[in-house]
Design a protein around this ligand. Sequence first.
Ligand SMILES: [Fe+2]
Ligand SMILES: [Fe+2]
Length: 177
Amino acid sequence: MQARGPLMIEHRLIERMLSVIKDALLQIEITHKTDPVFVDIAVDFIRIYADRTHHGKEEDILFRELRKRSLSAEDKLVMEELIEEHIFGRQTTKALIEANTRYRNGDESALADIATRLQTLVEFYPKHIEKEDKIFFPASRTYFTDHEDQAILAEFWEFDRKMIHEKYKSVVEGMET
Ligand SMILES: [Fe+2]
Ligand SMILES: [Fe+2]
């Protein structure tokens, strides 16, 4: 498997979650309510899986290695756009959490904010994923030898291996405080 393999497999699961969110948006339109626990689960998926685990491998390993290469101006620009989009994703998720807290505390006007943020996520993520799958990953592969690509893949597996421990350590710490 090439290093981009696990990233592309993760994209497919993120897309499936986006479909679930799309269905939830339709339900919000019909019923004019949502389940804050559903939003919690979607937020957990986005933060821990899409951001920490997936964007973590992209930024902390792949992009780090690419920074050591002399990228073409175009590839450099795309990498900067991708990083900006990750930041935008984090900001949107943060706003979603805040809206969900307000909604849970009885502020019904927060429902519209929840829907707006979820809509933003389902609109922007597929474009981000497509840019990586079709443009950036193939372009970035040209900067690495087969051996270097396999070293990145090995580092990806090691990164993933630590994730479950990090996740549940943070769960316990959150419950302790
Ligand atoms: Fe990304
Ligand atoms: Fe990605």
